[in-house]
Design a protein around this ligand. Structure first.
Ligand code: ADP
Length: 396
């Protein structure tokens, strides 16, 4: 048995999960929030019970030191040597890193060279890697990339119809994100169907606060809705998804704002939040819609329409689909959203079973027996994918 740590570092948070591999058993899980602020919160699960502690944690280095000390204090590990590898979720590998890899100094330098491609997430990911490497210098650190699963997209799917030089000189192309989740969910769905990933075509709808869909043909990503950045595709909690790009200049003039400020509005104040004016959280928006709030209902319908549009287009693009799969916070927990989306696809002969669909957070077939395409809920598990790759690369 090997103990592997899976880490997801954000700008002010650090999520972690310690797994026993290859059994894929979760030993503990937790998160450190508000890093760099007053009253940082450290939470960890010990024997199934959640423990919260508050203190001032100034930076990621301090967060990692505290986390490892707590693992010993809570008797979860006896010494740091028990941790055989640390797998880091990295949002972007650009064109330079296209598969999980050992994060040696050269790989970290490569990541630093592409920070422009992921300015909102990459700096925090790199800070997390450096902090862990400093505290655990004798352990292998592995990067697992959100973009990696999408390297199989063909040129016609990943290129934009802009001057070709933008791609050649500035790496402007669709990269796609949530790749680790799309891979896990699509391959798990193949398993449920009793097939190999190569034998089936699957459409994955990863609907969380961030949302993207992926067309997985014969086990490989052939298209996905997020693009050069996570802003493209379907509307999300606070992101607009696709808009006419000419709106950016127009609203810049109207609001006397820079391109950066308008882009920030598209990233942080649009989607559910922007349309409903209520919240970015689907639960609040659904509650308000149920009470008759028109804008809350609109936020939901705009997103459902766009999601159904993509599913239909991926169905045609792949020449059919064996399954449509819902995952992530909304996909796993919101029966009404799933029903709304599937009902819009009735012309394809796909049908939801309301009773089966009345479930949250579990793996389940939710279509009727006569549905032309099977519909599933499959909870995502990015940590297990990170741990699998980390185990593989630390033992090669
Ligand atoms: P991310 O990882 O992108 O931050 P998540 O996958 O955690 O997001 O999904 C967050 C979304 O899932 C929120 O909009 C939240 O409302 C929704 N969600 C979580 N639990 C439930 C639930 N029980 N019912 C409905 N929606 C839920």
């Amino acid at each position: 048995m090997a103990k592997i740590m899976a880490v997801n570092a954000g700008s002010s948070s650090l999520k972690f999960q310690l797994l026993d591999m290859p059994a894929e058993k979760v030993i503990t899980t937790g998160v450190i929030e508000r890093i760099g602020m007053k009253d940082s919160i450290f939470s960890i699960k010990v024997n199934g019970e959640k423990i919260n502690e508050t203190s001032d944690i100034e930076h990621h280095g301090e967060a990692v030191t505290i986390l490892l000390k707590k693992l010993i204090d809570f008797n979860i590990i006896q010494s740091f040597e028990e941790i055989e590898g640390v797998g880091h979720r990295i949002v972007h590998g650009g064109d330079v890193i296209t598969d999980s890899c050992i994060l040696d100094d050269k790989a970290v330098e490569l990541l630093e060279s592409i920070i422009d491609l992921g300015p909102l997430h990459l700096p925090a990911n790199i800070t997390g890697v450096k902090a862990f490497k400093e505290v655990l210098p004798n352990v292998l650190h592995i990067g697992v990339f959100d973009t990696a699963f999408h390297v199989s997209m063909p040129e016609e799917a990943f290129l934009y119809a802009v001057p070709y030089e933008w791609y050649e000189r500035y790496s402007v192309r669709k990269y796609g994100f949530h790749g680790t989740s799309h891979k896990y969910v699509s391959h798990r769905t193949a398993e449920i169907l009793g097939k190999k990933p190569e034998e089936v075509n699957i459409i994955v709808a990863h609907l969380g606060n961030g949302a993207s869909l992926c067309a997985v043909k014969a086990g490989k990503s052939v298209d996905t809705t997020m693009g050069f950045t996570p802003l493209e595709g379907v509307p999300m909690g606070t992101r607009s998804g696709n808009i006419d790009p000419a709106i950016i200049e127009y609203m810049g003039i109207k609001k006397q704002k820079s391109v950066k400020e308008i882009t920030n509005t598209l990233n942080k104040f649009s989607g559910y939040l922007g349309v409903s004016g209520i919240s970015s959280d689907s639960r609040d928006v659904n509650d308000a819609a149920a009470k008759g709030n028109h804008r809350a209902d609109l936020a939901i319908q705009i997103q459902a329409k766009r999601i159904a549009d993509y599913i239909a287009s991926y169905y045609v693009y792949m020449g059919g689909a064996d399954a449509i799969v819902f995952t992530a916070g909304i996909g796993e927990n919101a029966p009404s959203t799933r029903e709304n989306i599937i009902n819009r696809l009735a012309v394809l002969g796909v049908k939801i079973d309301r009773e089966r669909n009345n479930c949250r957070g579990i793996e389940r077939l939710i279509s009727t027996d006569d549905s032309t395409i099977k519909v599933f809920v499959v909870p995502t598990n990015e940590e297990v994918m990170i741990a699998r790759d980390t185990l593989r690369l630390t033992h090669q």
